[in-house]
Design a protein around this ligand. Structure first.
Ligand SMILES: Nc1nc2c(c(=O)[nH]1)N[C@H]1C(S)=C(S)[C@@H](COP(=O)(O)O)O[C@H]1N2
Ligand SMILES: [Mo]
Length: 320
């Protein structure tokens, strides 16, 4: 019997004071009419607040998202969901200095030929990095477009040689209360750490699914999940787990953190779907950071052509 009412951590974007938007508008006002003639790139540099030192990366541009309007670095790095630091969107950028992303090792195991460990140096050396400009849609109703840098997760899967029992891939964030203040305080009560996510094998093999090591030309800011995070652009943002230390191949569907917190509100699949509302708010529309008006949310976040086939026999109202 569930007599203790659990607090609902995720809240709709309508209910929050949008500090990123507020600051952006203030910057814009300060710049005045002159800003109208500035290119997006200049705007990005003007508003860039680098709260962590980032290293430049060598990468190839791709055609992914070349027609999308990119959000600026300041928006993507100061409006974050990273509960290990704080529930407040503006806090991870200020608190993330306690995270030390180097050295960093990733354990790869489970149903594989032989478990092994990869260091971040090895990863960056081994895989040709690409820039992928993707739409990103949080379950709360805000969205952005980010130029991620990374490589297809399928490279790691091929290297790991999963056996026939491997049906899912499970990802785990670092557990270290010294680096992640909320893991020590447990202030937010029933968030079970470490944060865990999972994908079905075909989703993990899809070319759109990347492990990201950077954004906006350089390594990831700590608040965005340095040094390595998952990006699954057709799913709600909570699937894109940050600061990964373990990748396991498993037989059973992993219990992902948000599903464990509230299974009626957050499923395993979490495919972006404007027709299936969250129990507490509509998912039909979204606010892109920096935009005043809302825009329509696209089926599978605009990646229907690439991913719809994987779900053709599933009732997407049931498999949320
Ligand atoms: N370990 C971990 N990963 C996480 C989260 C988190 O709290 N902890 N938040 C998720 C949610 S809800 C979203 S929307 C995205 C936010 O990524 P961003 O801050 O880079 O925009 O990260 C996801 N990955
Ligand atoms: Mo989110």
């Amino acid at each position: 019997m569930d007599i203790i009412k659990k607090p609902s951590w995720h809240i709709s974007e309508n209910e929050v004071t949008d500090e990123a938007l507020f600051n952006k508008r203030r910057d814009f006002l300060k710049l005045g009419a002159a800003s109208i003639v500035l290119t997006t790139t200049v705007m990005e540099q003007l508003s860039a607040v680098e709260t962590t030192k980032r290293d430049p990366l060598k990468f190839k541009k791709t055609s992914f998202g070349k027609d999308l309007n990119i959000n600026d670095f300041n928006q993507a790095s100061t409006y974050n969901n990273f509960y290990e630091f704080s529930l407040k969107k503006s806090e991870p950028a200020k608190l993330a200095h306690t995270l030390n992303p180097s050295p960093w090792d990733i354990e790869i195991g489970g149903e594989v030929e032989k478990p092994f460990t990869l260091s971040m140096e090895e990863i960056i050396k081994s895989y040709p990095l690409q820039e992928r400009i993707y739409r990103f849609r949080c379950v709360e109703g805000w969205a952005m477009v980010v130029p991620w840098i990374g490589f297809s997760l399928s490279h790691i899967i091929k290297l790991a040689k999963p056996n026939s029992k491997a049906k899912f891939v499970k990802f785990t964030t670092l557990f270290d209360p010294k680096q992640f203040p909320d893991q020590a305080k447990g202030m937010f009560g029933n968030i079970p750490y470490p944060y865990v996510e999972g994908l079905r094998m075909d989703e993990a093999m899809n070319d759109l699914t990347i492990l990201s090591v950077g954004m906006y030309g350089k390594t990831l800011p700590k608040q965005n999940g340095a040094p390595l995070r998952l990006i699954v652009p057709w799913k709600y943002g909570f699937k894109s787990i940050k600061s990964i230390v373990k990748i396991e191949f498993v037989q059973e569907q992993p219990i992902n953190t948000w599903n464990a917190i509230s299974s009626k509100e957050y499923g395993f699949y979490a495919n972006v779907n404007p027709q299936v509302d969250h129990p507490r708010w509509s998912q039909a529309r979204e606010r892109k950071l920096g935009s005043f008006f809302k825009q329509k949310t696209l089926m599978f976040n605009g990646y229907e052509k690439e991913v719809a086939n994987m779900y053709k026999d599933m009732d997407l109202r049931k498999f949320i």
